[in-house]
Design a protein around this ligand. Structure first.
Ligand code: FES
Length: 174
């Protein structure tokens, strides 16, 4: 049997395939609940409350391999309905459901709260508020950029990734 010395390291080689659990969402991936009673299950449009709040999700390949090995893959998903949606957001939505990066563009906190009054995503760290119906535009707070949108489609009621994130992920300091 081969014994490795305690200090032995295995370095990734340039031609190694990328780790499928940490690459960005791929076209055809499912969105899967990150926590709660449905943790690990695919998200169905019909299960989401119309009008919010968001749920947290990660992408998973069609066989169920979760891409949760990068915190930049955290996604927020909300069924906000199509009324009042901007054209850009409508193009990325599926059946009134939108998906965005769940990592705040200020200092990378998870965007894990919801404003009932403004029907908007809220980052609890410093209060940035993002408009889910208008490409996650910044309504309040220190966030410097919109959240990245993740294009969706629905297949048999399930939410499927239809394209890559549309802008840079994470906060100013990564
Ligand atoms: S990290 Fe979100 S507002 Fe500061």
């Amino acid at each position: 049997m081969l014994a490795l010395a305690p200090w032995a390291v295995v370095r990734a080689r340039a031609d190694d395939p990328p780790d499928p659990t940490s690459i960005r969402p791929q076209i055809g991936d499912h969105l899967v609940y990150f926590d709660g009673p449905n943790d690990g299950k695919p998200i169905r449009v019909a299960d989401l409350e119309l009008g919010g709040p968001q749920v947290q999700a990660y992408p998973a390949d069609p066989k169920g391999l979760l891409r949760d090995n990068s915190r930049l893959n955290l996604i927020i998903v909300a069924r906000v309905g199509e009324d009042g949606m901007s054209e850009e957001t409508r193009a990325n939505a599926a059946e009134g459901v939108v998906a965005y990066s769940g990592v705040c563009t200020h200092q990378s906190c998870p965007v894990n709260m919801w404003s009932v009054e403004r029907k908007s995503f809220v980052c609890s760290c410093h209060g940035s508020i993002y408009d889910p119906k208008n490409d996650a535009d910044i309504l309040f707070g220190p966030a410097p950029r919109h959240l990245a949108a993740l294009p969706l489609k629905s297949e048999n009621g399930l939410l499927i990734v239809a394209g890559p994130f549309n802008r840079r992920l994470g906060g100013e300091k990564g």
